[in-house]
Design a protein around this ligand. Sequence first.
Ligand SMILES: [Zn+2]
Length: 319
Amino acid sequence: MHAIGIDIGGTKIAGALVDEDGEIVSETRVPTPTTTELIEDAVVSMVSVLAAGRNIDGVGVAAAGFIDAAQSTVYYAPNISWRNEPFQARLSARLDLPIVIDNDANAAGWAEFRYGAGRLFSDMVMLTIGTGVGGAIVTDDRLFRGGFGAGAELGHMRLIPDGHPCGCGQHGCLEQYGSGRALLRFANELADAGGIGQILADRRAEVGTLTGHDISELIVAGDGGAVAALRQLGSWLGQGCASLGAVLDPQLFVIGGGVAQAGDLLLEPIRASYLEHLPARGYHPEPEFRIAELVNNAGVVGAADLARVAARRTLPVEL
Ligand SMILES: [Zn+2]
């Protein structure tokens, strides 16, 4: 049986028909409309097109934000003006299919667990390093949501009391030290300092403002300043992983998102910092650290499979 995954991002909505092996059978995408009504219309028409002529297990919709434990109401979305939006009920009124709503980082993490870097493990933590830091936790083969559905917001775990201010209203969150935005801050600080950051400073003078693209280009070229900024990022992420390791004891940490394309250059400082900061070091089994495998499709593939999981859960007889 097939399921449909929809990933509502800040700039585009992606949709896909996905089979039970996590393979995409057909896909489509549109720019994200500006109003909530138009977003609803876009999702309904996308599902109708993808479902045409098929038996569908269910529809999973992933979006950034806090979603309730019943996978139906969006409490709050950072990019869309949803506040306590009963999105599942709105879609159900227009589509005759089982529908679940989930957090986008949860969907991406679930896809990695089912079909990607985590497929051989039962307990994993995924950190998605984009502009911010997204998180997903799988424990004992289940996605962890928390009591209210808003758990696993790993980007807002506090690293530094009274540290850098965060968009969430707090200070010192992991997101302020382990995100793509933090990488740019470190690179600019190194550029200001000169020395190892001289090439970063030269590039900044040339282009006006350093972008993620500039940093990744310089990392690939082996520039000492850009690599130092990445190592700084990895060191903070490793500290965050050490705290998570003490609580969750995962077998695996998966690092995803654009910055993860740096591969071992990022994993190596994360692992080193993890070991340095792990409580009871030397007596604690060491988890693996891997880069995410499903780079562009994780959101839709994970959302589709979460819909399938929910559909199975509501069957009258446990299979
Ligand atoms: Zn925060």
